[in-house]
Ligand binder design. Structure first.
Ligand code: GLA
Length: 433
């Protein structure tokens, strides 16, 4: 098993623009043209030929509904403007050659015949595992045999920041293979059904080849979100509904605070939380914690305060997410509705901190500083143990809140945080050229 996201990589791998103003670093996304050009240029320099096409897929932030996907709960992600770009050309054999800006002096080479569950004796590792893993998973799903390919990657999703940089790689690769191999899973009336199939392949790549037993939220967001909307994702059956999400209309913004405390889901804590939920479901006689009707009765049956706290988080988070979605669907985020939604974000973080215990000092300081400096609500987003927090702020206050968070980090002796503004953008696809 490998840990693809090290702090050093995170420092060097963000390839978008970053603007330092008043000592604050905002990571700006690449435009489609910039991303496609960067990937095409790397492809040409490496393989001495022009790529057939360029495909892209976004990172995500989850607005609410955390650590509930693998329990059959409801999540509410948006796709970020920050995306991975892959320039690729199919080959006539089963060989795969990969290059990224960080490895431009070295081409990673694989053979699709030797990729197997959890890689080939460690041969498939790091970021390449996410890409080759998707080809492997599509073959497992019956879409093979596939041809090999040459591919050049360029991503501006901050790495190790809890913003699904790995799902962006997987999903860009999945849509690339769909087109290169004429799988015809996208477009037309069945577009979302095809996307759901590609989500499965991307998730299997992550679970079985990269070795991170994550729950499907990230790949669903990257593949199935739509521009201007949040995605209501019911993880019991992976059904989705698009919910209009236009913060700018209400003069609000979603500030993402990348704490620079690097997390990795390949490591044990995430797996332990998941295992605790599965054990609890076993004791309660349900397949998924989301199947529980009577929260108090369930909690009373569980042995030990720690397991009760884990389950309490999951059940209360599912309720909060439902309520948040109802609020969003019923009108503008102003006045008391805004206050209620903000309180739900705050309560989500507190539950992740106290009951699920997946925050860390950097996340808690970020959230506290954001709240104290005028954010309506704030919470960690993603798997936790590092990564990013989000703050719902007045558009005009985003920079002041960022400044307050940066000051609080300096006081605590933490590395300077970085920021971006999250807007709901389009899902994975081919770059039109
Ligand atoms: C990570 C995982 C997701 C999900 C979140 C927590 O992002 O990849 O599957 O479990 O953590 O909500």
């Amino acid at each position: 098993m490998t840990t693809p996201h090290t702090p050093e990589q995170a420092d060097s791998m963000h390839e978008g623009g970053s603007a330092k103003t008043e000592d604050l670093t905002f990571n700006d996304p690449l435009t489609f043209d910039e991303g496609a050009l960067a990937a095409r240029t790397l492809f040409r320099e490496t393989f001495n030929a022009d790529a057939d096409g360029v495909w892209h897929a976004p990172g995500r932030v989850n607005i609410i509904g955390e650590h509930v996907d693998y329990n059959g709960g409801i999540c509410l992600p948006i796709a970020l403007p920050h995306r991975a770009f892959i320039a690729a050309t199919p080959r006539s054999d089963r060989h795969v050659r990969l290059v990224s800006p960080q490895t431009r002096d070295h081409i990673d080479e694989f053979d699709l015949d030797t990729v197997d569950r959890r890689g080939t004796d460690g041969e498939v590792s790091g970021w390449a595992a996410y890409l080759v893993g998707v080809a492997w998973a599509l073959e497992q799903a019956g879409f093979g045999p596939l041809r090999g390919f040459d591919a050049a990657l360029h991503s501006c999703v901050p790495l190790g920041a809890g913003l699904s940089s790995s799902a962006a790689l997987e999903c860009a690769m999945a849509v690339a293979i769909n087109d290169m191999e004429d799988l015809n899973l996208l477009g037309g009336d069945d577009d979302d059904a095809g996307r759901a199939l590609l989500v499965d392949a991307a998730r299997r790549a992550e679970n079985d080849i990269a070795g991170a037993n994550t729950g499907g939220l990230d790949q669903s967001a990257s593949m199935r979100c739509t521009k201007g909307h949040a995605l209501e994702l019911d993880c019991r059956d992976m059904s989705v509904r698009s919910i209009p999400f236009d913060l700018a209309h209400d003069h609000l913004a979603l500030l993402v605070i990348d704490t620079r405390a690097v997390h990795s889901h390949v490591t044990g804590e995430y797996a332990q939380r998941r295992q605790a939920c599965e054990e609890a479901a076993g004791i309660l006689g349900v397949d998924l914690l989301a199947d529980i009707d009577d929260e108090q009765a369930a909690l009373d049956q569980l042995p030990g305060e720690v397991m009760r706290a884990r389950v309490r988080h999951v059940l209360t988070e599912i309720d909060r997410t439902r309520t948040f979605i109802d609020e969003l669907a019923s009108g503008s985020l102003v006045g008391e509705r805004l206050d209620r939604c903000a309180a739900l974000l705050d309560a989500s973080h507190d539950s992740l901190r106290d009951d699920y215990e997946v925050t860390c000092p950097e996340l808690d300081v970020a959230v506290d500083a954001a709240r104290a400096s005028g954010a309506h609500g704030a919470r960690m987003t993603g798997g936790g143990f590092g990564g990013s927090a989000i703050a719902l702020v007045d558009e005009s206050a985003a920079r002041d809140v960022a400044r307050a968070v940066a000051d609080a980090f300096a006081e605590h002796g933490f590395e300077a945080p970085q920021f971006l503004i999250a807007t709901p953008e389009e899902p994975a696809g081919k770059v039109a050229e």
